[in-house]
Write a protein that binds this ligand. Structure first.
Ligand code: ARG
Length: 459
């Protein structure tokens, strides 16, 4: 295929270099956005009378035809075109002839590609927002039915204090909400139109940048044409937000992997989301959370790739930018599939073992703080109470007993303020119930959280 620049060159491209240079293999994904961008550009050229109304309608109809052919599966972009932009331009010229050669008036692939990616990413951010909202709903439903289910809370992976399982699950809703907010902030910067910056300097052709921006639903235009074609911040910001969101998915994945072990037995996998072993007949493997945890690394890698790509790039467009697409595309694909898989896992892939969960919080020292707080209630300074309870823990460990096995006389030996009414304070449900500070795990607080989320997610 003759290159558009063939008149300027004596020889044709080395075939290997031709492939090396091409991006059509992956940027064909932008076909609908490229068509949308070109239609807006052509309409604008009609409005400013750079094109006659006949030419404009020929071009717009030609582009619509390409769109329909694509949607009907009659046209698929690919080599020998170098990229999606040339591919569409060539196709248009072959469809409508000479007039098609007027489409590229007053623009460059540099502002065109920037516009295409932004259109694509804006749509993907909206899809992601819906996917995360669905995931939040799944967590919410599980939380709502487990307000009074208790789960050990850990710090340093050591038993710390018991929690309402709902409270634990609602922590993820907060993380996912921050992810959604972050994506919205990124979206506001994605939503700036570079079209009309042309190669880097703007153009002497009479264009109307605000018109194309409005046609394409952008809420503003880049102020500076050089910045417009050189800015890839939004790709990095997006992948960075995605990397953080993946870290949240990886965190819950890791917890689920632990919960379903024989050692924890807090939950079990249903057959919907588990796989067997090829060798060990007894196995039921948590492949889904493991894959999500594994894929997190891939998104982190894309972030690193993009940051490295832009490092030390002089103004303005440089071909390095062609390398923005694969990490961006793969990030969207990876995070979207991970969110969907996690939603299925939460909805139907696992079941909490509630009797094991409540049993586990009855047989540990995670009520030690409550024993100390009891003394604090009797005006004993906290540090003194803390030390008294430390001694009691040691005493119990030596005898392999729990606080609840102690007689009141034994307790009194450690501190005279202990009385019979200490024991109810040590029962796990009361332990959790009593943590009624704002945002705490106390049931009143958890119910408040549930009510707030219900409003936020469903109304
Ligand atoms: N395929 C190119 C990219 O993805 C399109 C822009 C090419 N611009 C240029 N001046 N060579 O970045």
């Amino acid at each position: 295929m003759a290159k558009v620049w063939s008149k300027r060159f004596d020889n044709s491209l080395n075939p290997f270099i031709e492939k090396f240079n091409a991006s059509i293999g992956f940027d064909k994904k932008l076909i609908l956005e490229d068509l949308e961008c070109s239609i807006a550009h052509a309409r604008m050229l009609g409005k400013t009378q750079v094109l006659s109304s006949y030419e404009t309608s020929q071009i717009v109809n030609g582009l619509e035809t390409i769109k329909n052919e694509f949607l009907e599966g009659k046209f698929s972009p690919g080599p020998p075109s170098e990229d999606i932009h040339y591919c569409i331009e060539d196709k248009l010229i072959s469809l409508i002839g000479e007039i098609g050669k007027k489409l590229h008036t007053g623009r460059s692939r540099n502002d065109q590609v920037g516009t295409d990616i932004r259109l694509w990413l804006r749509k993907e951010i909206d899809n992601l927002d819906n996917l995360i909202a669905d995931l939040q709903k799944s967590f919410f439903n599980l939380a709502k039915s487990n307000i009074y289910t208790l789960i050990p809370g850990y710090t340093h992976m050591q038993r710390a204090q018991p929690l309402s399982l709902a409270h634990h699950l609602l922590a993820y809703l907060e993380m996912f909400q921050r992810d959604r907010n972050r994506f919205q902030e990124v979206r506001s910067r994605v939503n700036t139109c570079p079209l009309g910056a042309a190669a880097l300097a703007g153009t002497k052709i009479k264009i109307d940048r605000k018109f194309t921006a409005t046609e394409l639903g952008f809420n503003k235009i880049y102020n500076n044409s050089i910045d417009a074609v050189s800015d890839r911040d939004f790709c990095i910001e997006f992948v960075s937000a995605a990397a953080l969101a993946m870290s949240h998915l990886s965190k819950i994945s890791e917890e689920i992997i632990l919960w379903v072990t024989d050692e924890f037995s807090f939950a079990k996998l249903t057959d919907k989301c588990a796989t067997g072993s090829s060798l060990m007949p007894q196995k039921k493997n948590p492949d889904v959370p493991e894959l999500i945890r594994g894929k997190t690394g891939r998104v982190y890698g894309h972030l690193q790739a993009l940051l490295t790509m832009v490092k030390g790039i002089p103004l303005a467009y440089n071909k390095d930018f062609q390398e923005d697409k694969e990490p961006l595309f793969d990030t969207v694909e990876t995070i979207s599939s991970c969110i969907k898989a996690m939603t299925i896992l939460i909805n139907e892939g696992m079941e909490f073992n509630t009797s094991n969960l409540s049993h586990s919080v009855e047989n540990d020292f995670s009520n030690a703080t409550d024993l100390a707080d009891y003394l604090v209630g009797k005006k004993v300074p906290f540090r003194t109470a803390y030390q008294v309870v430390g001694e009691i823990v040691k005493y119990c460990l030596e005898r392999k007993i729990l606080f609840k096995d102690l007689k009141i006389d034994e307790l009194k030996k450690f501190h005279g303020e202990f009385d019979e009414d200490v024991f109810p304070n040590l029962e796990p449900l009361n332990v959790v119930k009593s943590r009624n500070s704002d945002g705490g795990t106390g049931f009143i607080q958890v119910q408040k959280e549930i009510n707030n989320w219900e409003k936020k997610l469903f109304f």
